[in-house]
Design a protein around this ligand. Sequence first.
Ligand SMILES: Cc1ncc(COP(=O)(O)O)c(C=O)c1O
Length: 440
Amino acid sequence: MNRTSDIIGTYFGQKGNELLIDGVTVSSIVSDFPTPLYIYDLGVLKDNYLSLRNGLTRDAAIFYSVKANPSLGICQRFQQLGAGAEIASAGELAIVRKAGFAPEQIIFAGPGKTVEELRLAAQTGILSVNIESTQELEAINTVSKELNRPVFISLRINPQKNISGSQLRMGGGATPFGIEEEKIPEVMSRIRQMDRIRFQGLHVYVGNQIFDYDLAMKNIRNTLNIARSQSMSCRFINFGGGFGIPYYKNEPPFQETEFINAFNPVIQSAKREALFGKTTFMLELGRYLAARCGIFLTRVLYVKKTRTRTFAVVDGGMNFNSMATGNLGQRIKRKFPVCVANRLGEKARGRADIVGPLCTPMDNFGRDFDVPAIAPGDIVAVFFMGAYNLSASPFHFLSHPCCPELAVENGAIQVLRKAADTDRILEGQFPIPPDSRPAN
Ligand SMILES: Cc1ncc(COP(=O)(O)O)c(C=O)c1O
């Protein structure tokens, strides 16, 4: 578990054998709140955000991708830190409005926006609806006519060049995301025929879990070249995000300093070109901004020694944490950084698989963890869990009430989402009347 000691040393702390989260011991957290739970260290969130923000030129804007963690409190904190918001649904629009983002701080991407969502975005007057298909362009045009109001749009482009290397490729080749680069002239001429559609710029998002800063820069240079080749004067150019988080042993951290040192001169020199004189350059990041501050805490219920393996069965698994159980997409493999948070520094006494409470072998945080003398009541901590966590998990599966989310700041804990009562499982459901026809 050496990697976890690095994570604890860098972001958290230790007192005796216990993990400290912003100075608070894990035992005091789990004595006050039911497990499983998520806890976010807002100091870590702020440091991570400011490290990037303060390094980047002021010609660059950071947008927080709400899908990474749509908790109201987390969105609110990014708003207070000065980020914009990138949303992908009407639900996320409601969250970010409640979190305090002004319409001109919101951009809306996603390949399947409904007409109602487009209407809502137009009525709200958001900064940009990022158009992902020619069909969607026609739909937003209809909405703008019907509402008789201008709508600001950008084009999400699927580039011709294949910038490979990220884990989840969303650009190049055939994808449901964005308009193919070669269609830009045709689409721009159609936009010019639309009275109330106001073209703002380009958006290119090619994939996630990008660790190599040079790969991110390749996408950035390529996106600038797309604008240059089409002489597109843009109010915004959105380079997407996807900076990686090293969940696994062999993954390096994203090279932030190298990225900043490469990015700033490219942007400053682009600003001197007539085409980009008035352009704001955007990064839209989810995982990179949110993951590191979050820890999932789950309690050991049973330690079960079987014929060949030992299982530590914990009270929260893939129902609340699909990410760390490896079920969020084929490419995301286990084992995530995990420790027994009340036995830090104790010698490994054997190996155990850490498994959740669901009736499926998929509910598994990983096999063969080196563990100390793990026992019922111990607390397992999973790190880097601030992104794609609860909202990306099938928390209705097996009908456990939804787990709480907490934040800790300056040593004080705040509840962001309270633990749901068991009754909530039945909320919104209606019984059916008895079948009036006999069975035979
Ligand atoms: C269009 C778009 N923007 C931003 C993101 C956020 O990506 P990440 O959390 O990897 O930064 C995604 C993720 O799928 C996306 O599809």
